[in-house]
Design a protein around this ligand. Structure first.
Ligand code: NAG
Ligand code: NAG
Ligand code: NAG
Ligand code: NAG
Length: 362
């Protein structure tokens, strides 16, 4: 056993020395070697150790808003000279868990990447401030953000979870229950101005009363459903309320419904019925003639949740479904709980009003 541990240690030292040689070829390695064998995993030159932390493990925000992801670093004992430290922020989205670069900075120079370009910057309010400021948040910005500090051989990191607040809604394919593969589910949500819900978002909605007896995909590739009122077709009375999981499912093979997530949106959703009720073609046209467009399902849900939209007339939506939003339940307007009521996908020649979406309030 002892032999093996030694062998491992030797291997570790050799790997470390190789890194060292690559990073700073002309500096003696003796000190580092000792330090490594001390087993503390801390590498330093004059005894100062780099520390990093985040004041907040999670940050909550809404679509279109800003988020501040805290991160600060310091040395112990304190440095009496400034040292060039490299700050790197990366993102682990909920879907896929692969790392994406967000921003890299050395001193006052910084660079942001991909979709984050122009939307992120380091705050740098005080020495050691590596806080990331994000603007114009998008629905799919949720995930884990890692703040990594590199000073020579020292490399420390901390992470902050960004959660968007919004509304979760179950979505079914027009052909009915359980027709969506994972990719189909992702696309269906995007077409309705939303994104796949995360488990945290579904769990939050369940706490707020979401009850849905069909299983749906979530962003992490699991299939789950929220039950607040146990009854026969949803596993029976014996089971406690909760979010029930089928676990991870095969992304291409298996088919379910989906839970989509939408957040506050700029602009407004309203009911329109210019003269008579309309078929789907006429409904789309009526919104356009009104300087708007037919509303998507995610837009109706976010208007219901964030603007308190309440209208007891069924109207067409962009996906060909017919729904209406109720925040103040009353007689002849569906069940006794608030919600967006659905009539599914009627034949397109049926006549209804329409819900339109106008991007800017006038
Ligand atoms: C977000 O930050 C930008 C620039 O820092 C600011 O102009 C804007 O008003 C902020 N938006 C919100 C919703 O706070
Ligand atoms: C840092 O402090 C040490 C001891 O206090 C001093 O000898 C050294 O000159 C200082 N270095 C700088 C760059 O100020
Ligand atoms: C996130 O959403 C935005 C706008 O909705 C889109 O342009 C972008 O491609 C999406 N990014 C990812 C990684 O899916
Ligand atoms: C809707 O009605 C118009 C006539 O006003 C007709 O041309 C159109 O084909 C109808 N569309 C559907 C989907 O029934």
């Amino acid at each position: 056993m002892v032999c093996c541990i030694q062998a491992l240690l030797m291997l570790g030292v050799q790997l470390a020395l190789t890194d060292w040689a690559l990073a700073v070829p002309s500096t003696p390695t003796r000190f580092f070697y000792h330090d490594y064998l001390n087993g503390k995993g801390k590498i330093n030159f004059n005894g100062e150790k780099l520390h990093v932390d985040s004041a907040q493990p999670s940050v909550f925000a809404v679509r279109g808003g800003n988020a501040t992801l805290p991160c600060r670093f310091w040395y112990e004992p304190e440095l009496n000279s400034s040292r060039e430290v490299r700050v790197k922020w990366s993102w682990y989205p909920v879907v896929g868990e692969h790392e994406t670069d967000v921003l890299v900075a050395i001193g006052s120079r910084s660079r942001s990447f991909g979709d984050f370009r122009g939307r992120v910057q380091l705050r740098q309010d005080f020495p050691g401030d590596a806080t990331l400021m994000m603007t114009e948040l998008q629905l799919n910005d949720s995930g884990r953000y890692v703040c990594e500090l590199v000073d020579g051989l020292e490399d420390k990191s901390t992470s902050v979870k960004l959660e968007l607040r919004g509304v979760v809604f179950p979505y079914q394919h027009p052909r009915g229950r359980y027709h969506l593969s994972f990719l189909g589910a992702q696309q269906a949500c995007e077409e309705q101005d939303s994104t796949l819900a995360t488990f945290t978002q579904l769990f939050q909605s369940w706490k707020e009363g979401l009850h849905w007896c069909n299983a749906g995909w979530l962003a992490d590739g699991t299939v789950q459903y929220p039950i607040t009122r146990p009854r026969m077709p949803c596993g029976g009375h014996g089971l406690a309320p909760g979010v029930r999981s089928y676990g991870r499912r095969e992304l291409h093979l298996h088919r379910f419904d989906v839970f989509c997530f939408s957040s506050a949106l700029p602009g407004k959703v309203y009911y329109l019925q210019p003269y008579d009720k309309m078929n789907l073609t006429e409904a789309r046209q009526a919104c356009v003639e009104n300087g708007a467009e037919i509303a998507k399902v995610g837009q109706l849900f976010s208007a219901w949740k964030f603007s308190g939209l309440d209208h007891c007339d069924a109207g067409w939506l962009a996906d060909g479904s017919v729904r209406y939003p109720i925040t103040r339940p009353r007689r002849n307007c569906g069940p006794s709980e608030p919600g967006v009521r659905s009539f599914g996908f009627p034949p397109p020649q049926h006549k209804h009003g329409v819900y339109c979406y106008k991007a800017e309030d006038e």
